[in-house]
Each structure stands twice: as C-alpha cells, then as structure tokens.
Write a protein that binds this ligand. Structure first.
Ligand SMILES: C[S@@+](CC[C@H](N)C(=O)[O-])C[C@H]1O[C@@H](n2cnc3c(N)ncnc32)[C@H](O)[C@@H]1O
Length: 246
C-alpha cells in the first residue's frame, strides 16, 4: 500500500468523479446550512482544509464568508477555481501539515473524513497545532469524521455501489492495528477496466478524539451524530466534533 496515497493525483483523478458529483455537492451545501445553524455564526473568515473541489467552500462563500480553500491536489483545486468565479475564495495549494497563518480565521473545517490520513500520529498532532495557531481567539474548529463506534455498527466486509453510468465500486474495508486504523481496498469496475487502489487512515472513538483535541488546547463544545445536531450515540452516522479555543 502506498502510505502517501492521499498525495497521489492519480487517486483523485480516478476516484474523484465518484466522490464529487451533483449529489455530493448538493449534500455539501445542505451540510453547510445545517452546520451554520448549529454554530450560530453569520460571517467571518473560514479555513477549509482538504477542500477538494469546494463542496463546502463554495456554499460558504455564497453565504457571505471569506474562504481559504486549502488542498494538496492541483487537479481538484483547478475544478474549484473553475466553479468559484468571482466568489471570495482564496485557493491555496499546500499541505495541512505545513500551513499556518497566525490568528487569521474565525472557523476552520476539515470535512468528509479528511483528517486522519497520516501514518505518523505526530502529523495529526501537527495539523491540530497549525489550526490552533491559525484561529483567532475564540475561533472554532469542526472535524467531520466517522467514529469507530459507527464503523463497528455499519461496516460490511464487502460493499458494492452501482452508479447510473454502469460503473461499480467494490469496497473491502478492514479495521487494523487494534481497530485504530481503517485499511480499505477499492476496485472500480468501468466496462472492461478495473482500477484498484488501497489506502489507510486513522479512526478515532469519540473518547479518543476528545482526549487528543483537549491535549492540543481545544475545548469540546459538542460531538454530534449528524448535521442536524443529533447526539453521538448508537444511531450516529457521522462524528461531527465542534470545538473552540480560548
Ligand atoms: C475525501 S476528500 C474531501 C474533500 C472535501 N473536504 C469535501 O468534503 O468534499 C479529501 C481531500 O483532502 C485533500 N488532502 C489530502 N491530504 C492533504 C494534505 N496533507 N493537506 C491538504 N489537503 C489534503 C485531498 O486532496 C482531498 O481533496
């Protein structure tokens, strides 16, 4: 398995069209509406880390926020640039392990499980320290993850998704390393061609992510099971962690 799979442009070129389509863009817009209602904010500077083609940056900018959309993938950022037009979105190609802009943001977002990709625990810690330094006093960080509890409830050894255009995605996930990481194998079947990839990312339980964030200077405001603000419990679909810094 390529441990730097998340920096591989070929991965995003091949699987990006499955992830970023009209349905998931509509979902991103809905998530932003719900998240802003949960947060109760109305304006400010937002840092969208791992922004991809802008499922969240675009609706945020349309709602009046000034957005920095940061990503390592030139391919996905090109798509965002094309959609952004005159919207107030600064597009930055950079690694979240390196990017710091002292006390510049009211809100930082890491959406759709884009936090947790690194093999080294220190890299996750570095990202949290960078974000903390980039937030204004009183600023907030939202992490949108899938918690270990949800994975234990929902994970199937093999999962098949069929798309309208006839393509099929076969997912083969496994929890490894004392259930702290999810190893995944994806097979995309497109006519006679099979694209195969393997990737791995960190998985946290709610208790673990709470401790990690607290150690790095964040106060946990809430952990929700969805964007409507449900409790994080046995029904949870996501693990939406809302934090603030002093
Ligand atoms: C699953 S996609 C999510 C994109 C977007 N947040 C969304 O919800 O649609 C993960 C994104 O993280 C980006 N990414 C991966 N590693 C990164 C890193 N080290 N620094 C910044 N972005 C990264 C990828 O290029 C990709 O756009």
């Amino acid at each position: 398995m390529n441990s730097n799979w998340y920096l591989d442009e070929e991965f995003w070129r091949t699987f990006g069209p499955l992830m970023f389509n009209s349905d998931t863009f509509a979902r991103g817009e809905e998530e932003i509406g719900q998240l802003l209602a949960l947060l109760g904010t109305s304006a400010g500077h937002v840092l969208d880390l791992g922004a991809g083609p802008g499922r969240h940056s675009l609706p945020l900018a349309r709602s009046g926020y000034t957005v920095t959309a940061l990503d390592t993938s030139a391919h996905l950022l090109d798509q965002l640039r094309e959609s952004a037009g005159e919207l107030p979105i600064e597009i930055v190609q950079a690694d979240m392990r390196e990017f710091v802009r002292e006390q510049a943001y009211d809100l930082a977002l890491v959406m759709w499980t884009s936090f947790g990709y690194f093999e080294e625990e220190d890299d996750h810690a570095r990202v949290l320290d960078n974000i903390r330094a980039s937030l204004k006093p009183g600023g907030r960080l939202v992490l949108d993850l899938v918690g270990l509890e949800t994975l234990c409830r929902t994970m199937e050894p093999v999962h098949l998704t069929e798309y309208d255009n006839g393509r099929m995605l076969v997912e083969r996930p496994t929890l490894v390393d004392d259930m702290t990481r999810l190893d995944n194998e994806w097979l995309l079947i497109d006519d006679d061609t099979v694209h195969r990839t393997a990737f791995s990312h960190r998985v946290w339980s709610a208790g673990e992510i709470r401790s990690l964030l607290t150690r790095h200077g964040y106060e946990i405001t809430a952990i929700h099971g969805d964007y409507e603000g449900a409790d994080y419990d046995l029904e949870a679909e996501r693990m939406i962690v809302i934090t603030a810094i002093g």
